[in-house]
Design a binder for this molecule. Sequence first.
Ligand code: DI6
Ligand code: FE
Length: 406
Amino acid sequence: MTYSLTLWRNARLATLAGSAGWGLIEHGAILTQGETLHWVGAESELPAQFTQKINVTHDLGGALVTPGLIDCHTHLVYGGHRAHEFEMRLQGASYLDIARAGGGIRSTVAATRAASDAQLLADAGKRLQVLMREGVTTVEIKSGYGLSLEHEARSLAVARALGRTLPVAVRTTYLGAHALPPEFEGRSDDYVDAVCAWMPALHAQGLVDAVDAFCENIGFSPAQTRRVFEAAARLGLPVKLHAEQLSDQGGAALAAEFGALSCDHLEHLSEAGIAAMARSGTVAVLLPGAYYFLRDTKLPPIAALRAAGVPMAVASDHNPGTSPGLSLLLMINMACTLFRLTPEEAVRGVTVHAAKALGLSDRGQLVAGQRADFCVWDVAHPNELAYWFGTNPCKRVIVGAQERDL
Ligand code: DI6
Ligand code: FE
């Protein structure tokens, strides 16, 4: 026997194989080898040559199995919180007013810089474990609350440490161009120079999988964003963008020009932006948590994105200012209720399309050759993942073919 296999049998599989449909397989089974899916199909069709190689068998009791969930846009590493700003907004202050008055992202930057490494790691770890209990097996974590070389490196290192110490895959994104730190007040072009200058050092330390920016009137201009993208391109790093969240800056078209993995938020996305994203194969990452928490009324152009064939992902955007939630399942529900995605689109949005938004082709579907990351659910049909909210039907999570504690 040259290799051994593990059998996970007696399941209803929602494979999400192919480009549409749930890919349902009744009385399904999965064979894993090492960390990989070796074979996926109906149990009755299990190839005979594999059966003698099976050394462990798990009975999943007829439960629904989906690919592991992927949260492709989070800001999990930060100090403090902003509950007081939430109260101010409830009394009529706007997110923009608070940001312009020096609150907002800047107040979290101060709290992040003041926090110890151990505190940042402990707080982010606690948050990540909440996401994991709902079936998240891959998570993207952005920096962007450090805004100096030292503190951006620290935030990214905390994200990497989480990936080493918890049974979850972590992808890091350098978001130095998130806000202007106070020491650069009135010198935003100098700050963009610094963001670009820090990038090679962060990359050399293995801290950066992708580069992001906040292209917005309270963030960075398209010209400044372009310079950040050029620096990323020089290092061969993929880019993504916080684009057209509060206004249309033409950020999506700019990102598409750089072959961006994703453009995220997109409430104010134009027709031209959609066309550019369709041409470059850029994923639209929808963030209903931020839309909800800001009580936004401008919907992202879902029907036009769908018509243009732009893949849509859904993510938590967890951050202390605009989306303090830690439930990807709730985001699936909100993507349907608020943005009118179908349940299948929303679930594809946290699996196949979320993987694509991270540039990962080895996960997101239950297909032979992909990573053996999957969830076992206490529901009968995958459309229920979009239907129930405020409850967690996740029963078991398997990462790299290893069952992890919930
Ligand atoms: N857009 C967002 O929604 C978050 N960052 C961004 O660029 C908000 C971050 C915050 O308010 O702390
Ligand atoms: Fe964000």
